[in-house]
Write a protein that binds this ligand. Structure first.
Ligand SMILES: [Zn+2]
Length: 182
């Protein structure tokens, strides 16, 4: 990867041999490897290792999960908060795993819509709950830095499955919970 990054530096008109840039290809390669580590993480494993049986059927919400991702169109960051909820049916997963799961999919080249979907459908497949809801609010640097959008704006995406889709009451309860600050 380092050689390719050296070529990119040349093609933008830089001298990869100057002092400040000499170690840049190695650093960028290392950073990119870290930022895309989701490809080397297995979502099945993250969830399966922490599933336990519990007779609990109330909504479980983990809100304000910080995430960082890279847009697949520009390789520029988009980042923000993910809110994840599900209503269990016999099976519960350790709470920290929801944040891990967000990380597994965020640390790849993404579009926000797919990221939202992948998190929701993985929880649906693995836990077979009564419903899943995922809402992601994100800022996209490819929009802000390239001047497509002048002001700071958030893109909000959501995937609602099962009871969150079919029952307005459930949906409202979730939306109220994630809107509440602190
Ligand atoms: Zn983009």
């Amino acid at each position: 990867m380092e050689e390719q990054i050296r070529l990119i530096l040349k093609s933008i008109g830089e001298d990869p041999e100057r002092e400040g840039l000499r170690k840049t290809p190695a650093r960028v390669a290392e950073a990119l490897t870290f930022l895309t580590r989701g490809y080397r993480m297995d979502p099945d494993k993250v969830i399966n290792d922490a599933v336990f049986t519990e007779d609990y059927q109330e909504m479980i919400v983990q809100k304000d999960i910080d995430f960082f991702s890279l847009c697949e169109h520009h390789l520029l960051p988009f980042f923000g908060k993910a809110h994840v909820a599900y209503i269990p049916h016999q099976r519960i997963v350790g709470v920290s795993k929801l944040a891990r799961l967000v990380d597994v999919y965020a640390r790849r080249l993404q579009v926000q819509e797919r990221l939202t979907n992948q998190i929701a459908t993985t929880i649906m497949d693995k836990l077979e709950p009564l419903g899943v809801a995922v809402v992601i609010e994100a800022e996209h640097l490819c929009m802000r830095m390239r001047g497509v959008e002048k002001q700071k704006s958030l893109i909000i995406t959501s995937t609602l499955l099962g009871a969150f889709r079919s029952r307005q009451e459930t949906r409202n309860e979730f939306m109220n919970l994630i809107r509440r600050k602190g």
